[in-house]
Design a protein around this ligand. Sequence first.
Ligand code: NAD
Length: 299
Amino acid sequence: TARIIDGKALSKRLREGFKQRVGKLVEQGLQPGLAVILVGDNPASRVYVGNKVKACEECGVRSFHIALPDDAAEAEVLATIARLNADPAVHGILIQLPLPPHIDNRNVLEAISVHKDVDGFHLYNVGGLVVGNTIFPPCTPYGVQLLLDTTGTDVAGKNVVVVGASNIVGKPMALMLLQREATVTICHAKTRDLAQHTILADILIVAAGKPGLIVSQMVKQGAIVIDVGINRLPDGKIVGDVDFEGVKEKASWITPVPGGVGPMTVTMLIENTLRSAERALHVRGSDDYQDWEAPVLKG
Ligand code: NAD
């Protein structure tokens, strides 16, 4: 049976390291800060924002929680972002998605300074991912990458199948693994005969939001299986997209839900925020882009 990839334990280890990095920044007079903007009161979003704020506090990162009403105008959201872009106490800005339908996602995401785009959703960071030099990799795929690393597997040349092609998980995940020279297949809702693809995967990453989508007959013996899905069943139980009990008998490694990818997403958000704060201080080695100036993308 498969070994468990423990996202909770890895998150805990990483967050211990974050505390030390925050300590060093504070010694130099810089308190790292993350601003989280929530528009409306989607209950799931409120939980996510709460988790992010809590994780910040735990690591010594100052958090700014900005709650706007459900009917806030797009201009008000943009003005809030402009204020945070200019605020030197803020190193990361995050807009909790989804936004109410009257607000254009792209307008809002593109308004965030690329220097503070810790979610990595600005087109500039998305483009950076395509050519292999992002400043801020998107948090969920970034967390998956670190989880994969803990298995000691070199992904180069491996067959990786990503199930799900969203802009926040599936597509960036595929690009990150392509950058590491995996042979990547992306499947999605229109894919015919999903099993025909998944059965070839040395590494199977599932982010579809469909409980029970992946059963053991679809998995290659010895595969590494990463389950990004988070689904709440009618009885309140949280499950992923993978039939854990069945698939764990075939996989070599598997992530549980909860306790796998979930905790890593928030952890990588803090990582990106610290990286941004370190860039602000020009801490050596914090990244390779210290002299890099963001271009003006929009008139
Ligand atoms: P999404 O709804 O934006 O995208 C889902 C993708 O899966 C789409 O590309 C769709 O075509 C594909 N898909 C749907 N049904 C399919 C099927 N039957 N076969 C193959 N592909 C199918 O979702 P998302 O935002 O990418 O999130 C995916 C899942 O991951 C959700 O369960 C979400 O809750 C979870 N999630 C978890 C984390 C985390 O931190 N662990 C972060 C983000 C999302």
